[in-house]
Design a protein around this ligand. Sequence first.
Ligand SMILES: Nc1nc2c(ncn2[C@@H]2O[C@H](COP(=O)(O)OP(=O)(O)O)[C@@H](O)[C@H]2O)c(=O)[nH]1
Ligand SMILES: [Mg+2]
Length: 386
Amino acid sequence: MGFVWKSLLSLELGLALVSATEDAGGSCDQTVSNSAEWPCPRIVVLGSTGVGKSTLANIFLGRDKNYEDEDRECFNVGHTGGNKGVGKTRETCGQRGYWFNDHNKEFTVIDTPGFGEELDDEADILEKLVNKLKHDIKWINAFVIVFKESDTRVTASTVRMISMLSAMFGDNFWNNVIIGVTWWGFHDQGVASRKRKGVTKESFIAQKREGLLKAAMSKSGNQEVGRTISKLQGVFIDAFYNSTAKVKPDDLAAVEFQTNTEELFNFAKIKKPFHCKDIKSVLNELAKLEEERRILEEKRQELVRQQADANGLLTKCKEECDNGQTTVQAGLGAGMFILGLLLGVLLNVWYKVFRDSREGMSGDDTSNNSGRASTAGEKSEMSYAA
Ligand SMILES: Nc1nc2c(ncn2[C@@H]2O[C@H](COP(=O)(O)OP(=O)(O)O)[C@@H](O)[C@H]2O)c(=O)[nH]1
Ligand SMILES: [Mg+2]
């Protein structure tokens, strides 16, 4: 009897544990039909070009970070896709392997192109991605949306990418999303540089959640999606960290590398696989985005035109003002000259009149003076006479 109770109790505990784990039945559960081909957990790396998706995929597989695949574009770091520029992987490919070469941890990683950047062949790239996920891989445990440490804001290309992801995968996709941060060095220099800038893991993830939330909510009115995004987990991985080097136990870089990569693997392992069957073609979304882009471009051009007009008016006005100033200055100069002349003439005339009148007066004065002299002469003569 006691044995039965114990068994029931452990069964109950087991069930309680299963229901406590939100995504019980993660990894390859019985619904996954192609686990022999693509072992679980399955991890897709998504993100803009150059953030380090292929590098991450390679190090997860225990390959060199600069691994080169001769046969295909994916997994080549900084790959030149055709003749269209560096870092433009245009294919989506899966690769089965062992997590950091640990043969107890089989898994699949899917490397994707960096979309969301208005490439001329974007529609083609996206259709390939959709087809690969929908018809070949079919079930995914984790979508890692990758950002670089230096991505201090959520760029237009990221918003574009999220819009497309939301449209393609639908609301449930967000349950399998984790934020992956690359270039996040834990060496002294990296730590000091972030400290100087006031950037912490928490502030970085909060900012990314906010950006993703805005972009996703512009496509979905589902409040549950909002709640999921605002709780998205983040892992910080420096792909350039040498995980094979011998390390001291208190080495921050080693501890962080170990913890974060483990966290990602466990996230993928416990997540109920997302079935890619409902993933929609993105051609409609692309057309919509293209239309939005065209309208924005028109507005931009109109603004540029208005600015050019305003600049023209300003220049013209300035010229006229300058000309006006010159005319006024010239007028003033001429006026002053004429005034000077007039004054000169007037002074001259006044001087002449003054001199003439003085001269006239001096003539009278002489006679007066002689008169006064004769009076004095008369007086002396009179006194002598007296
Ligand atoms: N320092 C540093 N460089 C990285 C890191 N991850 C990737 N890179 C470099 O970033 C460039 C682009 O990487 P890649 O994996 O091709 O980016 P993708 O376009 O997202 O696949 C390459 O030159 C990589 O060597 C990282 O964690 N730290
Ligand atoms: Mg790549």
